[in-house]
Design a protein around this ligand. Structure first.
Ligand SMILES: NC(=O)c1ccc[n+]([C@@H]2O[C@H](COP(=O)([O-])OP(=O)(O)OC[C@H]3O[C@@H](n4cnc5c(N)ncnc54)[C@H](OP(=O)(O)O)[C@@H]3O)[C@@H](O)[C@H]2O)c1
Length: 224
């Protein structure tokens, strides 16, 4: 796909990884809509990449559809969807509240499924949807059990959804990035992060993902 002039929406573009994905797409000439919840950071990233801002809490009923519809309307259609909204909760599952566990699954599994469902109404032949899962989908971690389960569920969904979309000519990308220095671990829904090794630079990781979306690079082992 030629990203120059492609109409792309990035959900979670107010986040550390999503912002780098939006920047990388804009650098390739994509026309953007950017999503987030935080009004101030949404304004900043939309001004930086010249993107149409769309706000919304993706765990609320109807919001994934509404966000996708607004983005498609603003851009006159969609060629690329990147779902990077997500959050983590740390700690043994026995110590986590029911509300937190539900929030992890709502945001990291249900919301991407609903974004994908909405994308089917907007993406045509040669369209691309990229979901941001995580390395824990393949290597589940103690202290991250619900997050690992949600991301593994998302990766399984992407594998099946890819088969469903083949006939329509839509590419489904499942990205499982390693730990990155985005500040995600400092904003958990609950708990304290374990001591983590230095993560990768999210800009480099975003560049690799956008190259795969555009078809200019082979997928590394963390992308299917
Ligand atoms: N950082 C890592 O090491 C790492 C590794 C593997 C995978 N990932 C995945 O990468 C994705 C991006 O993470 P990140 O590192 O960029 O984290 P981040 O900087 O904390 O960004 C998280 C993004 O998700 C949005 N978000 C959070 N709750 C939301 C909700 N209820 N409704 C709508 N949007 C919501 C945030 O919006 P607001 O800030 O506007 O609220 C923000 O745009 C996540 O799916 C994460 O699981 C991250």
């Amino acid at each position: 796909m030629d990203l120059n002039g492609a109409r792309a929406v990035v959900l979670g573009a107010t986040g550390g990884f999503g912002a780098e994905i939006a920047r990388a797409l804009a650098a390739q000439g994509a026309v953007l809509a950017v999503h987030g919840r935080d009004a101030e950071r949404l304004q900043l990233i939309s001004a930086e990449v010249g993107g149409h801002p769309v706000a919304g809490d993706l765990t609320q009923p109807g919001v994934p559809d509404a966000v996708m519809d607004e983005a498609a309307q603003a851009l006159g259609g969609l060629d690329v969807v990147v779902m990077s909204a997500g959050a983590v909760a740390f700690g043994p599952v026995a110590e986590l509240d029911e509300a937190v566990l539900r929030q992890v699954v709502d945001l990291d599994l249900i919301a991407p499924i609903l974004v994908a469902r909405a994308a089917t109404r907007h993406l045509g032949k040669d369209g691309v949807i990229a979901q941001v899962s995580a390395v824990v989908a393949n290597q589940p971690m103690a202290g991250l059990a619900a997050y690992s389960a949600a991301k593994a569920g998302l990766t399984a969904f992407d594998t099946a959804f890819r088969r469903e979309m083949r006939r329509a000519g839509v590419r489904v990308i499942d990205a499982r990035p390693p730990h990155m220095e985005t500040g995600l671990a400092a904003r958990p829904l609950a708990g304290e992060p374990p001591g983590l090794a230095q993560g990768r630079d999210p800009r480099e990781v975003a560049d690799e993902l956008v190259a795969v979306i555009g078809g200019s690079a082979e997928a590394p082992d963390w992308i299917d």
